[in-house]
Each structure stands twice: as C-alpha cells, then as structure tokens.
Design a protein around this ligand. Structure first.
Ligand code: ADP
Ligand code: MG
Length: 339
C-alpha cells in the first residue's frame, strides 16, 4: 500500500485554526483591537456594518507596518512579538501566537492599509482565501486600517449560524469593553451603521468605567489596592447594593489582559458574604499585576483562560483585599462573623 499521509495546504490549515480563533464577528473585533494596542496606538476606532456581518473595520494610529511585514502578518505563526519558547513565559503583549490575521484571512476578505512614520508611502493589501490578491503603494497616514469583509464567506454553514444583528452586536460590545477596560489611557470608539455606541476618551481607570457604564456607577466604586510579593491588585469593587442577579460587570484582568477565573470569582463572592444574598453577583473591576513567568496564558487560542502558579495564595489575597475595601465602606455586616 502506498503512503497516505500528506501535509495540508496553508489555506486549509488556516481555516482549521480559524475555527478556534474566529468564532464570530466579536472575535475579529477583539483580535484587531489587541493588535492596535500592541502597535502602540493612542486612538482606536472600531467601525461596523450590520454588527460586523457587513464589515468590521479597525483603524489605529500605531506604528504601522513595512510592505514586507504587511504580507508576513498574514502568514500563520508569523509574529513580531515573540521569537523563542522562552518568550512564552515572559509575555508582555496582547498577541503572541501569530495566528489571528492568518485565521481571519482564511475565512474573510481583508483589506489592509498601513504606514510607518518613516515611510513616504503606505501599503495597500487585499487578501482573501489566505492568498495575497493585490498589493500597491498608497498615500495614507501613519498607523493601520484593517477592513474585514464577508466573514465566513468561505464557510456557508458558519455564516448561516451567525445570530441576529442585535445578538452579534451584544457580543461585540462585550469584547469591546473588555479590551477598552484594559487600557484606559487609549481612546476607543465603536460605531455600528453610523451610530456611535461608545466614545471612550483616554482617561484614568475610574473615568473609563464611568464612560463605559454610566455616571451612576461613580459613587458605587470602592477602591481596591493591595501589593504583595506575588501579586499587585488594583481597581474597584462595587458597593453591595449594586449586586445583581445576572452576570455583567465582573472583570478580572491580569497584566492588561481580560481573564475569566471561576476560582478567583469565588474569593470575591466570599468577601461579600453577609452583605449580599447568595443569589446576587457583585460587580468588580480588578487588575492583577504579576510576574509573567508565574502565569500561563497559552491554554486556549482566545487567551481568556489563564493558569497561575499559586492560585490558593492569590485567592486569600483577593479575599482579604476585597474585604478590606468593603470594610472601609460604611456598611454593617449582617452575618459576617469571620474573625
Ligand atoms: P500576533 O498578534 O499574535 O503577533 P497577528 O496575526 O494578530 O498575530 O498579527 C501578526 C503580526 O502583524 C503582529 O505580530 C504584528 O507585527 C503585525 N500587526 C498586526 N496588526 C497590526 C497593527 N494594527 N499595527 C501594526 N502591526 C500589526
Ligand atoms: Mg494579534
């Protein structure tokens, strides 16, 4: 019998990888916003047509790309952010897998316009089906403008399973806020079909939260600040009266990256014990700073799951610092007999 195993063509390999990285328009928004942040942008505009089903455009004023890098950016495992396995334990950028653009360009049509400060002319690229279809020099300002059209046009079954505009837009705003909350010092706007949904100027963290969630949250924010050998925690928890029955404003960030962490969430609810009833969920915006070597971000392509070296120690630190924040606020605990 002849040998039967063959290497898949790049376009197929990219489409397989895209299954994990690009689940819906919101995934594209997240990846492009993260790239803008990594490029040192001070201002990032997200522009949508029909909740991303028409197009998704992200414009930044970051460092831009050379003509050669613009092409390389669409290759799989092509990244400027890490260069060896050691770097995986010292990640200081949002991206590092070199997968997002390759994945996106395997399931959508992408137009890229980009220019570096030092270049006279910028670069225009049109990429579709994982193939460079067109490249030319253009006049444009410094930074990068990515336009992603016809998402999933190569995979009709996926396209069909996109939800209503309302649902897809809700997913996008969720991702948009997660990213926008990581870096209050960067300005972000979100526009869908010409309607401005968010306009978040560069500011401090408290102001960013107020701009994102409305003025009334301002008086409900209790500062958390705690520095230990393994973790520094900054941010806010909300007063117990602001707790809700549904999930919404629960935000953990580690080294500027949004993360989901059920175990750490338990530490927060434990800190509120006696102040809210068991079915209520407190709101929080907590930022952890740790040495990158004690976490592993490389667990899932979307990078929202993160493993820590010493989770039970961090649990105790969260518990203590949130309790302290709540104690400073003038409330009388009802059942909190902890000593
Ligand atoms: P990763 O972010 O993991 O490196 P991506 O596929 O998202 O992988 O991007 C590939 C590369 O393209 C990046 O490493 C970066 O060098 C370049 N790039 C992508 N987006 C931008 C941007 N908005 N501005 C400048 N460079 C970018
Ligand atoms: Mg990226």
């Amino acid at each position: 019998m002849a040998d039967v195993i063959q290497l898949l063509p790049d376009s197929v390999a990219n489409q397989i990888a895209a299954g994990e990285v690009v689940q819906r328009p919101a995934s594209v928004v997240k990846e492009l916003m993260e790239n803008a942040i990594d490029a040192g942008a001070t201002k990032v505009q997200v522009i949508l047509k029909n909740a991303g089903k028409g197009f998704i455009q992200v414009i930044d004023d970051g460092k831009g790309m050379s003509p050669r890098d613009s092409r390389m950016a669409f290759e799989r495992h092509a990244t400027s952010k890490i260069s060896n396995a050691q770097d995986l334990f010292n990640i200081r950028t949002m991206g590092f897998r070199g997968e997002a653009l390759a994945s996106i360009a395997s399931v959508a049509e992408v137009e890229l316009r980009t220019k570096r400060e030092e270049d006279e002319l910028g670069t225009y690229l049109f990429v579709a089906d994982s193939e460079l279809k067109k490249q030319e020099n253009i006049n444009c300002s410094r930074g990068t403008n990515m336009l992603v059209k016809n998402l999933f046009y190569t995979i009709p079954a996926r396209r069909k399973f996109l939800k209503s505009d309302t649902t897809e837009l809700r997913n996008i705003t969720t991702e948009f806020l997660r990213v926008a909350l990581t870096t209050p010092d960067i300005a972000f706007t979100l526009v869908n079909n010409g309607n401005e949904i968010y306009n978040l100027p560069a500011s401090g963290l408290r102001q960013r939260i107020v701009n994102a969630f409305g003025k009334t949250i301002n008086t409900k924010l209790l500062p958390v600040n705690c520095e230990t050998g393994i973790v520094t925690i900054n941010g806010f928890v909300c007063i117990p009266q602001h707790a809700r029955k549904t999930y919404g404003e629960q935000y953990f960030f580690v080294n500027h990256r949004f993360m989901k962490h059920n175990f750490f969430h338990k530490a927060i609810t434990e800190a509120y014990a006696g102040l809210i009833s068991g079915d209520m969920i407190p709101s929080y915006f907590l930022y952890f700073t740790v040495d990158p070597s004690i976490i592993d971000v490389n667990i899932h392509p979307t990078k929202t799951e993160i493993k820590f070296q010493d989770e039970s120690a961090i649990f105790q630190i969260i518990l203590a610092s949130v309790k302290e924040a709540l104690g400073k606020f003038n409330v009388t605990p009802t059942i909190d007999f902890d000593t």
